[in-house]
Design a protein around this ligand. Structure first.
Ligand code: ZN
Length: 453
């Protein structure tokens, strides 16, 4: 979900910050390797929610991190540092070498009219960034995932997805980049405020279109194959207070061995999506908890909360661009090859400032996301009251997904959009207000407070 919003933000403002990549896993669960997984449990015969048997209601121990998971995390950290520096270095180079001004001049010849110059510049710079980012993207998304046994993707599928992303990027830039530049011309003092306000409908439309138009370009979405399980999930959704909820299954097994489920869309396009991989790896009780977690996002309007936060952060970012760009242009304008921010050649300058500010404030959206994920866990537990299945679902995820159970403070601040799995397992082991006669935090949302036993 957070990634969807980041994509929307990136499309709206700074394609430079969104190097070629397939729509990232909406990161609700995490990567899980297929190797060594037990066969999925057979579906229970009874259609009612399976009551935990006395044998499997005890606390679930947090699995220790495997050697391979530690290696995956360490190499991922190195890659993250390289990727972060790279994403700042590239716009800086395009800016300080005067390349951006040369691309602007090139775009003026066929472009002539203001909008066409802008769209051609946008297409050229998107193409340039795509090419420059390609080796790192290929290594990170394809080579490395295969090396760790996390990927099922063929090279053809990876390449097709990358090119699809490039086309989406070029079209997206042509559709939205004129907005800040028009506002910069019309209102040099308040453009940052108007742009952030204009960003609201743009981000909402992007999030709305994500499941309808963008995601189907990469994978096939359809109704669940297991109709009996679908019925149980829909019954659970009704209990959670979701009227006419929609559940989709997507063929992510062509891309990855990772398992995931997520809520996506906005308004009429809102839905819960299950990767086909998760349906094979988790048993029915674990899946019903995972769905309870997703329903928590749905019922508690987490997408709308994240959207509002992003608009606020966008406003802060744009104000900082406004406040600092004048000084930078006065000082380095000759090297940049432009002397006004409303010149389209200033685009890498915008991207650079947004990149630096974005990096500095990353801990804020991540902390909000971790909080919302924790509350979704609470919602799922209160809905299912199946602590054991919840904890085993997370333990399975961690063991099979090359995750580590606990993270250091810095890692948590700049990386974790979910609480570390060890903390989630501990919470699942201990959170049982209903067992002590205490009120449920989200019981008011439930149509029927206690699950059928
Ligand atoms: Zn979640």
């Amino acid at each position: 979900m957070l990634r969807t919003l980041l994509l929307a933000l990136a499309l709206t403002l700074a394609p430079a910050l969104a190097p070629a990549q397939a729509p990232a896993p909406p990161a609700d669960t995490a990567h899980a390797a297929a190797a060594g997984l037990p066969a999925p449990n057979p579906p229970p015969v009874a259609a009612s929610a399976a009551a935990p048997s006395p044998a499997d209601t005890g606390a679930v121990p947090v699995p220790p991190a495997s050697e391979k998971a530690l290696r995956y995390e360490r190499s991922g950290n190195v890659l993250w540092v390289i990727g972060t520096l790279w994403s700042l270095l590239i716009p800086a180079l395009i800016l300080f070498t005067g390349l951006s001004a040369r691309i602007r001049d090139l775009s003026r010849r066929p472009g002539r009219k203001w909008y066409f110059t802008l769209a051609i510049y946008g297409a050229l710079i998107t193409l340039l960034l795509f090419v420059v980012n390609l080796p790192l993207a290929f290594y990170e998304e394809f080579v490395r995932e295969h090396a760790y046994g996390l990927s099922n993707q063929t090279f053809a599928k990876w390449a097709t997805d990358a090119l699809t992303n490039l086309v989406i990027g070029i079209v997206g830039v042509a559709l939205v980049m004129w907005v800040p530049y028009l506002l910069l011309r019309k209102s040099p003092r308040r453009w940052w405020l108007w742009t952030a306000l204009a960003g609201i409908p743009l981000i909402v439309v992007t999030v709305w279109l994500q499941p309808l138009l963008i995601e189907p370009m990469f994978n096939r979405f359809g109704p669940m194959h297991d109709r009996a399980l679908e019925q149980r999930i829909l019954a659970e959704a009704e209990r959670a207070g979701i009227e006419g909820g929609r559940v989709y299954e997507v063929n992510k097994s062509v891309d990855t061995k990772a398992v995931n489920a997520y809520v996506t869309g906005f308004g009429g396009s809102k839905r819960i999506v299950l990767w086909d991989t998760i349906l094979r790896k988790l048993d029915a009780r674990e899946l019903l908890f995972v769905m309870g977690h997703e329903m928590g996002h749905y019922v508690l309007k987490h997408i709308a909360i994240l959207l509002s936060m992003f608009v606020a952060l966008l406003l802060a970012c744009l104000w900082l661009v406004h406040a600092s760009s004048g000084w930078l242009i006065r000082r380095h304008g000759r090297r940049f090859g432009f002397d006004r921010l409303d010149d389209i050649a200033s685009y890498p300058l915008l991207a650079l400032i947004v990149g630096v500010v974005g990096f500095a404030i990353t801990p804020i959206p991540l902390a909000v996301s971790r909080h919302l994920e924790h509350e979704a866990d609470r919602f799922g537990l209160e809905l299912t009251r199946d602590n054991h299945a919840a904890a085993t679902a997370f333990a399975k995820l961690q063991e099979e997904n090359l995750a580590t159970p606990y993270h250091g403070t810095l890692y948590k601040l700049w990386h974790d959009n979910h609480p570390p799995l060890g903390e989630r397992i501990e919470f699942c082991n201990t959170y049982k207000p209903w067992a002590h006669g205490q009120p449920l935090r989200y019981g008011g949302h439930f149509k029927d407070p206690a699950p059928a036993r």
